[in-house]
Write a protein that binds this ligand. Structure first.
Ligand SMILES: C[S@@+](CC[C@H](N)C(=O)[O-])C[C@H]1O[C@@H](n2cnc3c(N)ncnc32)[C@H](O)[C@@H]1O
Length: 276
């Protein structure tokens, strides 16, 4: 039996160590882009959503562009896309991908390393995106307010802000944090090592943050096991509507099931604009 990885207690995480788990929870899952690609290789439905929603836009800013899963298809169809991301490995992986694209596509993409709560680009866009749960890396009201102020500063007067968020489901929040949720085995892409993989879910109802610990244990060397933390703030739909409202945005439409388009309801796409 693999040992349960050390998961900070709720009090510890919420009070004493918040900066370090926030930093880790926003970055660790994005340090190995080839593994990221393997995890989400079958996720296409949200790409179609963003393609449809931005079909007429020529200038797009994407916060949390990662290694281009969404930005690249938008640039291929002719949009000029600026991508901002905090993870240097994800941006490097994006640059590598761009190297294999035709020059006109490469020329339409600008990559910027930075924090979506702070980065100022001194220009405006027809559309601003925050894709695939990147919004869940805003852990408290201060983060959300800083971020939405950034969105507002980068939107043209008639511009649209589009994002998607997973839906907090009671049964998922209530999972036992000591219980491993296992996947039988997987090949870890950068090394080809076969590993036992398990996830632990620890939801803190006060901060509304779900900490997911992903544990990798090589079959041939269990002592070399390592863990990666992903921290996602859980936002209920009415909360998001209120955050938009009190930060000067108006929700234009809400779209169900961006994960794979099937029911039951597990994610929402949001289209909003600055209220005038
Ligand atoms: C789930 S990934 C989405 C990547 C890509 N858009 C996609 O759909 O595959 C979330 C991205 O948000 C980035 N991120 C997390 N916190 C951030 C922050 N404060 N500022 C900018 N990017 C951030 C991560 O580095 C990661 O690339």
């Amino acid at each position: 039996m693999p040992r349960v990885p050390p998961i900070p207690s709720r009090t510890e995480a919420a009070v004493h160590d918040s900066n370090s788990w926030k930093a880790q929870g926003s970055l660790s899952h994005y340090t190995e882009p080839s593994y990221y690609d393997k995890c989400y290789a079958n996720r296409h439905h949200d790409i179609a959503f963003y393609e449809t929603q931005t079909a007429s836009a020529q200038t797009i800013l994407e916060y949390g562009c990662g290694n281009g899963r969404i930005a690249l298809p938008l640039a291929r169809r002719g949009a000029h896309v600026t991508g901002v991301d905090l993870s240097i490995p994800m941006l490097e992986s994006f640059r590598e991908r761009l190297g294999r694209e035709p020059k006109p596509v490469r020329d339409r993409i600008t990559l910027v390393h930075g924090d979506m709560r702070k980065k100022r680009l001194k220009r405006r866009f027809e559309v601003v995106l925050c894709t695939f749960n990147t919004f869940l890396h805003l852990y408290d009201r201060g983060d959300v307010e800083q971020f939405l102020a950034c969105v507002r500063n980068h939107l043209e007067p008639e511009g649209k802000f589009i994002m998607d968020t997973s839906l907090p489901l009671i049964e998922e929040l209530a999972r036992n944090p000591g219980r491993p949720y296992r996947v039988p085995r997987l090949k870890y892409p950068p090394t080809g090592q076969v590993v036992r993989y398990a996830e632990y879910f620890d939801y803190d109802p006060m901060s509304q943050v779900m900490r997911v610990t992903m544990r990798f244990e090589p079959f041939d060397d269990p002592k070399a096991a390592w863990s990666v933390l992903l921290a996602h703030r859980q936002f209920h739909p009415q909360e998001i509507e209120a955050l938009f409202h009190y930060n000067g945005f108006q929700v234009l439409s809400v779209h169900p099931n961006l994960d794979d388009g099937t029911t039951p309801l597990d994610s929402l796409g949001w289209v909003a604009r600055v209220r005038r």
